[in-house]
Design a protein around this ligand. Sequence first.
Ligand SMILES: Cc1ncc(COP(=O)(O)O)c(C=O)c1O
Length: 400
Amino acid sequence: MSIESPALRRIQPSQTIAVSAKARELKRQGRDVISLGAGEPDFDTPDNIKEAAIKAIRDGKTKYTDPDGMIELKEAIVGKFARENALTYKTSQIHVAPGGKPVIYNALVATLAPGDEVVIPAPYWVSYPDMVLLAGGEPRFVETTAADGFKLRPNSLEAAITPRTKWLILNSPSNPTGAAYSADELKALGEVLKRHPQVWILTDDMYEHLLYDGFKFATIAQVVPELYDRTLTMNGVSKAYAMTGWRIGYAGGPEPLIKAMAKMISQTTSNACSIAQWAAVEALNGPPDFIPERAEAFEKRRDLVVSMLNQARGLHCPKPEGAFYVYPSCEGLIGKRAPSGVVMANDEAVVSELLVGEGVAVVQGAAFGLSPFFRISYATSTEILEDACARIQRFCAAVD
Ligand SMILES: Cc1ncc(COP(=O)(O)O)c(C=O)c1O
């Protein structure tokens, strides 16, 4: 008899975390391994943010706060939404949790009835389907294509919606593809959503500040105001401010939903760390100049990686609009023989052979619901990326 509950048995451990663990294990054995599996910036948290946390400790800001976030942080978030997204929220419409992940989870657990459906465009961030399953819902995947820029099109959305659809999850720029929706593309999806008032929209805007070639960020509640009353606009400080370890995520949404999420968090994790909340206040209210500087560094890395991967035999790498991921197709390697002699039947085999053969850790497309692809996180130095891409080219050249 398994110790696991029926709900837990519905889900898998995170495959992206599994890849990082496998790469670490090989490193421990003395192998020269480059890990391009993890989704976190290599930059450090800026000093002014660290100082705000140190000051919070010195000032004794070390007690419980309101379970769904302290008022000072909620005010900073209201300011951020108004300034950057032209979205008006009151502090009573804001939810703060220990990371973006729990914000999404709290929203799903607070609202899903057994059998409710959640439309998830594929490829998707690994955690969405499992969080839906844990919350008792049913993920409904809609595959996108590289030709469509890995973006959900209105007719596919229309076809996926049923009377049981409770949520649509949008993520722009996307993990794992880097694809981002323009205002016009969101408006076209909005036209479909306006016809289906039972559908709520959860938009995950975590990578908002990582956009390239002058691409302008848009979020659905801003560009389709008719959907404001059923949209949860989720964001966080993890990626833009290089604060993955601090664990602060937040969202703005309609009051009844935010109240339901507050009820949920009050009986589970309770508040995010008070010190990290003060650091997030400084992140959102402090000088933002480092954000475009870092985005520029990411843009150069994207260009390097896309160019080098497109010179590898059997790979095709689209150029994404944002985030710090690329999602190349490895269709040209499927059915071929790796240098070890193994015939690679799918993207999982490609990824495994690449790790064993050349010591480069990436994540198979199967983990994100669309094969045969793999995801590379380019949130690391140019030197390491050049080395990794040269190894990938060598691996591909040796496949026959
Ligand atoms: C698309 C997306 N949403 C949410 C998160 C979760 O962010 P956090 O680390 O704040 O929980 C991540 C982290 O990888 C992500 O890629």
